[in-house]
Design a binder for this molecule. Structure first.
Ligand SMILES: [Zn+2]
Length: 282
């Protein structure tokens, strides 16, 4: 199923970029997006790279050390950064998807199909990421870092909203994408359309999400079942019409607010008050 750029993938990407570029001086840059086409980062030093939710913040210092700036990028559904050694072939993705190339003496970082590229003073990063809820993978007690109570408080602001949509809203908590959304709801036995107000123990829901993302930090495969074998990584995500791993009922797939969602109708029953009793599993 490939890697959906969810919080863990973005966190991993930040770590790779930080390791490849952090502390190094750029020799050359090449921006293939109109808004940054004239930007030249030659001789700028890379301070490091961090993630905030699904946003990447590459921090740089100007040659005379008088400006601290941040290159922001977002992977959305399809973006990626790849790191190559100087002289190595750029494998993997078509050249027309390249948006940024950053070169040091030894390393080339290539950004493919990146979104929302922006170059802002590091002091103004909050204008780009300040709207985000607590970052599931952010260190607690740092700005925007993980804070389960705050995540629950934000989710509760819209009690009538379907829980699946609320979990994807990065203003509530940052880092959950479609895969973790579906898997967390399965593991907690919650129907994706259940209103937030009917979900018992929201704290346990966000706690589980944080645990699942954390478990996949540092590796590129995304597994919630404990198995990284192909075809065994998830309970419901990507498994429409396959039997539920717990009860054998066929997994359902449906669009919900423009995003696909997967669930087991038996393990995640509809709330009787919200839906006709006839559609409940028997
Ligand atoms: Zn089931």
């Amino acid at each position: 199923m490939g890697n959906m750029p969810e919080g863990d993938t973005v966190w991993n990407t930040a770590r790779v970029l930080d390791g490849a570029l952090g502390g190094s001086v750029l020799r050359q840059s090449d921006f293939r997006v109109p808004q940054l086409a004239t930007l030249d980062l030659a001789h700028w030093r890379v301070e490091g790279c961090v993630s905030r939710g699904k946003h990447l913040l590459l921090r740089l210092v100007s040659p005379a050390e008088e400006r601290a700036m941040t290159l922001h990028s977002h992977l959305r559904m399809d973006g990626s950064w790849r790191v190559y050694s100087t002289g190595e072939n750029w494998r993997g993705r078509p050249a027309h998807l390249i948006r940024v190339v950053l070169r040091t003496l030894t390393t080339v970082a290539v950004g493919y199909h990146l979104h929302d590229l922006a170059f802002v003073p590091t002091a103004d990063e909050e204008t780009l990421v300040g709207h985000l809820g607590p970052d599931l993978l952010g260190p607690p007690d740092t700005p925007g870092g993980w804070d389960p109570d705050e995540a629950v408080r934000r989710l509760r602001r819209q009690p009538d909203r379907p829980i699946a949509e609320a979990l994807l809203d990065q203003r509530n908590l940052a880092g959950i994408g479609n895969l973790y959304k579906a898997e967390v709801l399965f593991l907690r036995g919650i129907h994706p359309t259940a209103p937030v107000s009917t979900v018992e123990n929201l704290g346990a829901v966000v706690g589980l999400a944080q645990k699942l993302l954390t478990a996949n930090k540092g590796r590129w495969s995304q597994a919630t079942t404990g198995s990284v074998r192909p075809g065994q990584e998830t309970y419901v995500y990507g498994r429409a019409n396959a039997p539920c791993r717990r009860c054998g009922t066929l997994i359902q797939r449906e669009m919900q607010a423009d995003r696909v969602t997967f669930w087991c109708p038996a393990c995640q029953p509809l709330t009787p008050a919200k839906r006709p009793a006839t559609s409940r599993p028997t």
